[in-house]
Structures are given as C-alpha cells and as structure tokens.
Design a protein around this ligand. Structure first.
Ligand code: NAD
Ligand code: 89Y
Length: 341
C-alpha cells in the first residue's frame, strides 16, 4: 500500500475549487488535503470549511513551516508563481503549478533551473491535453491508425463571457496567448511534435480587453508537419464551442476531425466512424465547464501517479518550457514584446 500524500493547496479562488474537488475525489487513491492557503483569509477559511480541510493559512511561508507536505498544488495567478515555486522548492516539497507557468520565459527558465538544482518534482497543471476527447485523439494519432500526421488545426474560438469568472483577464497586457495560447500550443506539440519555426498574428477585437484577444499561428514541426493553431475570446459564432478545443489532424492513411459536443470523426482508409468522447459530468461539475473539470481530475491523477512512480509528469517543468517558448515566439513574431523582456 503506497504511503498517503499530505497535500497543501495555495490559492482558493475561482479555478482552485475544481482542484479541491478533484483532490477530494482522489482521497481513495491516497491523497489528504491537510491545509489550504490564500492571502484572502475569507477564501482560505471558506475552502477549508467546504472541503473539510483541517487547517488554513493566509501566508504560504507559515504553511510550509508548519506542515509536512508531500505535495503542494498552486492555483494562483501568474504574478505569484515564481516566488511561490521558489518557496516550495526551498522546503523541498514536490510542486504542481497552474498555467501559465510564469509571466515570461525568464521566470519560467528560473523555475525550471531551480527545480533541477533541487532535484524536486515540478510540473505544470496544463490540463487541456488531459481532456477526454484530446486524450483519445492523441491516442489514435500515436497508434499510427491515420498514418503519419502531417497537418493539423488546433482551434479554441469562443465569445463566452470568461470575464465574469475571471475579471483579471480583461486587464492583462499579454492576454489570450498567455492564457489560452499555452493550452492550444501544448496540444499542437502533443499531436505533431516539437516545432522548428512559427509565425503569428495577434488582434484585439474586443475593446473591453487591454491585451490581444485573438491569436492565429502557423507552425512548422520538426517532423515536417504543419499546424494552424488559433485561439480567440472574440468570436461571435453560434453554436459557441466553449470550452472545447476543436481538432483536425490529417495523416497519409486517414484523418481525425472533432466537432462541437465532443464528437470525434475518425477516418481510416476511407471509412469514417464517429466517437462520442463526452466526459462524465462529475457530481461537482456543471456544463459547459464539465470538459475542463473532468480534465482537472485526470491531470491531478496523472500528477499523483508520476510523483509516486518517481518520474517527471508529462507536463513537467522542462516539458512546459517548450510550450511556453512557443508563446514567446508568437509574441515576438507578432511584434509584441513585453517592454521589460
Ligand atoms: P483567482 O484570482 O480567482 O484565484 C487566485 C487566488 O489566489 C485568489 O483567491 C488570491 O487571493 C490567491 N492568491 C494570490 N496570491 C497568493 C499568494 N501569494 N498566496 C496565497 N494565495 C494567493 O484566479 P483563478 O481564476 O482561480 O486563476 C488562478 C490560476 O488558474 C491562473 O493562473 C489561471 O490562468 C489558471 N486557470 C486555469 C484554468 C485551466 O483550465 N487550466 C482555468 C482557469 C484559470
Ligand atoms: O483561462 C482559461 C483557461 O485556462 O482555460 C479555460 C479558461 O478558464 C477560460 O477560457
């Protein structure tokens, strides 16, 4: 019987609720949420009450000193990622950090190097590749059933009011690429492999947003494959696909096309089959978020298994640096460089 893992959660805001539910679901698999922390005392206290967590804190440094954590999960906004990751590593606590990994590539490199120097597990909660339809598509591609994949489109286009739950997004100077680009670029890497070169165009189509809300990228992969990777919060089409990522992949024996509603059309040697890859609506989940929510459970489970097996997560710090580099490349290609970068 594997040893139980004492988990500390930092950040008890909007998205952390999903993490907490998912960790609670993983209790039978050996995780105990022993402490939660939020600089906002009310949020920390409320999370502790809601999830039956014995202790809550408003200062992560105090939490690390007081608790013997086997894993810390950080779901705060990106400005706090570097200091919190460094703090966790200084206490030698294996760490999962929400996306975006950092505010810029310099911060990301610093965290990757710090984890390597400390020889501590550090992974990014990059959950899109763990969504049920995307897991299935990647599996089919890897099986070779459609032959060698040479072209793909990865697309997240919505007009859903994300600002209601995440008002800070409207204020970000670097907006859709760092928020959603990290996800779709990661999926492109999963499907077609590492990238040789890329280009990008950015647009701000909704004046409510301070930063770019639309990104269109073209990637040449080392395999020779090409992908079109796009994300926008400014789409006005119906039906709205939020929060689904729609995929097209073509190989020399067939193709995969996903449609709204988690339907996946798989064509192999001229025969097409439609798969229903809709995930279970977990008891604590709600539509349309259930695809994302189920992926949080899958991501957390993956983290647990990787940590226990003593191997890096699929979305390890080093792996996510490659995805983050594509975000930076896109900002550079589009001529939008953070002033201090
Ligand atoms: P939020 O602002 O609602 O929650 C963040 C919480 O962290 C707040 O309660 C805040 O008080 C707390 N906090 C900030 N600094 C802290 C610190 N130093 N110590 C302890 N607590 C601190 O934000 P959110 O919408 O929940 O987003 C959090 C992260 O999750 C972001 O990085 C966002 O990009 C990511 N996110 C990911 C997904 C996904 O699908 N992967 C979806 C939504 C949000
Ligand atoms: O912020 C975004 C993310 O990371 O996944 C979904 C989201 O919450 C809104 O599009």
């Amino acid at each position: 019987m594997a040893e139980r893992i004492a988990l500390g959660m930092i950040g008890c805001g909007f998205f952390a609720q999903n993490h907490l539910h998912a960790w609670q679901d993983l209790k039978p698999e050996g995780v105990d949420i022993v402490a939660v922390c939020d600089v906002d005392a009310e949020r920390a206290r409320a999370a502790a009450e809601r999830f039956g967590v014995p202790r809550w804190y408003t200062d992560a440094a105090v939490m690390f000193r007081a608790e013997q954590l086997g894993l810390v999960d950080i779901a705060t906004q990106m400005q706090s990622h570097l200091p919190l990751v460094k703090l966790a590593l200084s206490h030698q606590v294996p760490t999962v950090i929400q996306k975006p990994f950092g505010q810029d590539i310099a911060e990301v490199r610093e965290m990757v190097a710090a984890a390597k120097a400390a020889n501590i597990f550090l992974a990014v909660h990059e959950n899109f590749r763990f969504q049920k339809p995307l897991r299935r598509i990647a599996e089919i591609v890897r099986s070779g059933a459609i032959g060698t994949p040479t072209w793909a489109r990865v697309s997240f286009r919505t007009g859903y009011d994300i600002y209601a739950g995440q008002p800070y997004l409207a204020e970000q100077q670097r907006f859709v690429l760092i928020d959603l680009g990290v996800h779709v670029l990661d999926v492109a890497r999963v499907l077609l492999g590492e990238v040789e070169h890329s280009t990008a165009e950015l647009q701000r189509r909704n004046p409510k947003a301070k930063g770019e809300d639309t990104a269109t990228m073209l990637l040449r992969h080392s395999s020779g494959g090409v992908s079109v990777v796009e994300c926008t919060y400014g789409s006005r089409r119906l039906p709205d696909s939020f929060p689904e990522t729609l995929i097209e992949v073509e190989g020399d024996k067939g193709a995969i096309v996903s449609r709204i509603g988690n339907k996946v059309e798989v064509t192999i040697n001229g025969r097409m089959e439609v798969l229903d890859e809709g995930p279970e609506v977990l008891p604590w989940a709600e539509r349309p978020w259930h695809v994302a929510q189920e992926s949080v459970l899958a991501t957390n489970r993956h983290m647990l298994e990787a940590l226990r097996a003593g191997r890096p997560a699929a979305t390890s710090a080093e792996d996510n640096l490659k995805t983050f580099a594509l975000v930076e490349a896109a900002y550079l290609a589009a001529g939008k460089v953070k002033p201090e970068a």
